[in-house]
Write a protein of this length. Structure first.
Length: 492
């Protein structure tokens, strides 16, 4: 099936919108009667919504899943073009991510992972292009340069951040942590700039921007410390957790397992292609209205609508001031992720940074396609932002400029997350002060509406793991209210 989402370009076909994905659900509607009252309505079929839907249907509750798109997965989905999975959004997972790993074990997918990097072949080097120079170095030198900059960056306490965030799943455990949420990444880079070589600085800044895809000024230093803590306070941990292990068949092979399990309970109704326009909570029931005028009611509603688009839905009674303010501020991630299939087989072992002049700044060899081409994945951010489909020649040039002479582009594949009306951005990354002022408000319920999203998870916030954490939390909350646990009795 082909989704409306995503774009691909080849010299032969030109630019085309819509790419195939096993995450597209057909038929798009399965509903007994539109006037039924459900136990729970879940809005959004990303990992938070899929987890909540599955857990609630397994508990025997009647659930209606309402999704704006034609597919499941939200910000994590893969397109299988020519039998090769291009990851359009969320990709990498790790066994150190507790919620995601629980699900990988549940679906027996432990052996379905593969490594992105393969440093055994061809052009086996790192290419660092800055405004001043181009350096070619080994991957070991690449590690040393980035580790040196990163360790200086995070070492605010002489303990590599361990004293500031001793519990990664409780980032504000130490009150002083709030001080670092006042700071931007730029503030911290300025503090250590005199101790960095030009290559260390370019490498560090491009890595920070790869994490936040904002600008150095709009990136919360505390959130970077939080990522560092989650990754075990080490450079190696960051590489392993953030960018190394992915599903051989693509993210949609994982997401579909949640959906199929929910469906098998017989308790699931769903409507895709149905953007929600308003949600009203009258105390005894919640009524949802879609843009095309359909109304559905439930005893509870789980909203997984992302932070950056929450203000596109009207709530009655209106959302509280602090949540509304947080929604209007939003997160800062405007990642531009572009896949390129290139003819050079040797580039499989290449990695590169082109910063700050290029429209894409970070690239790695990520696989070999069935036709024998190398798959390169490139990232850009808001610091040098493009809408890839608006000028495909500029996008192609940005890929070519990552490694001039070595990028003979045969295909481009991407999803424009910035223009996507159901996300308006990529993974959550906080600007300074948003977390310390608004995290609790973003997580709070609103009458019979429970909010669940990776955007306000506690642990791996902004990751697939965080979405599953939140879907689990929402399901537990709702289940606890609609199905109070039986009082344990002793027969002794
Ligand atoms: P979403 O997936 O956004 O789900 C919300 C759902 O709500 C969507 O399906 C949306 O269509 C729907 N919706 C929105 N508005 C409405 C409406 N009005 N009516 C009905 N439905 C609506 N994470 C990792 O762990 N590893 C990675 O490598 C990684 N890389 C990433 C790369 C990119 C480019 C992107 C975009 C994300 C990446 N992430 C990664 C982050 C991860 O994808 C997200 O954190 C996670 O998928 C979010 O899940 P969610 O369910 O909270 O939100």
């Amino acid at each position: 099936m082909t989704s409306r989402d995503g774009f691909q370009w080849t010299p032969e076909t030109g630019l085309a919108q819509g790419v195939p994905s096993i995450g597209v659900i057909s038929p798009p509607t399965k509903i007994s009667t539109s006037s039924a009252t459900y136990d729970v309505i879940v809005v959004g079929g990303g990992y938070a919504g899929l987890t909540a839907t599955r857990d609630l249907t397994i508990a025997g509750l009647r659930v209606l899943l309402v999704e704006a798109r034609d597919r499941i997965g939200g910000r994590s989905w893969s397109s299988n073009i020519g039998d090769y999975p291009f990851e359009m959004g969320g990709t990498w997972v790790h066994w150190g991510q507790p919620h995601v790993w629980r699900e990988i074990s549940r679906y027996n997918m432990r052996t379905e992972l593969e490594e992105s990097f393969d440093f055994s072949r061809g052009v086996n080097h790192f290419q660092l292009r800055t405004t001043q120079s181009t350096s070619i170095m080994s991957h070991e030198e690449e590690d040393n340069i980035l580790a040196a900059g990163l360790e200086r960056f995070v070492n605010v306490d002489g303990a590599m951040g361990r004293k500031i965030i001793p519990f990664p799943h409780d980032a504000f455990h130490v009150p002083e942590a709030r001080r670092y949420d006042e700071m931007s990444a730029q503030d911290r880079v300025s503090e250590i700039a005199s101790s960095l070589t030009p290559n260390e600085r370019a490498s560090l800044e491009s890595f920070i921007l790869l994490c936040s895809c904002g600008t150095l000024e709009t990136t919360s230093f505390l959130e970077l410390l939080h990522w560092w803590a989650l990754c075990g306070y080490s450079y190696r941990g960051c590489m392993a957790s953030l960018i190394s292990y992915k599903f051989k068949g693509g993210q949609s092979t994982f997401a579909i397992k949640f959906f199929i399990e929910a469906l098998a309970t017989g308790k699931l109704s769903y409507v895709f292609n149905s953007p929600v326009s308003s949600i009203s909570d009258r105390g005894d029931k919640v009524t949802l209205t879609t843009r095309d005028g359909h109304q559905y009611t439930g005893a509870r509603l789980v909203s997984t609508i992302p932070l950056n688009v929450l203000n596109s839905v009207s709530f009655d009674p209106p959302l509280g001031t602090q949540r509304a303010t947080a929604t209007n501020i939003g997160h800062v991630n405007q990642c531009v992720k572009v896949h390129a299939e290139i003819s050079s087989k040797d580039m499989r072992s290449w990695t590169g940074v082109s910063y700050p002049f290029n429209k894409l700044m970070y690239g790695i060899g990520d696989g070999t396609t069935p036709s024998g081409n190398t798959h390169i994945v490139c990232f850009g951010g808001f610091n040098n932002h493009i809408h890839p489909e608006e000028d495909i020649n500029e996008t192609k040039k940005a890929v070519e400029s990552m490694a001039p002479g070595n990028m003979d582009v045969k295909r481009l594949v991407f999803h424009n997350w910035s223009k996507d009306e159901f996300s308006k951005g990529a993974w959550f990354f906080s600007p300074p002060r948003l977390l310390s002022t608004s995290l609790d408000a973003m997580r709070a319920r609103h009458g019979n509406i429970v909010f669940a999203s990776s955007d306000w998870a506690i642990g791996w916030r902004g990751f697939i793991d965080g979405a599953i954490e939140e879907g689990t939390r929402a399901a537990m909350t709702v289940k606890g209210e609609l199905q109070p646990a039986p009082v344990p009795r002793s027969y002794l």
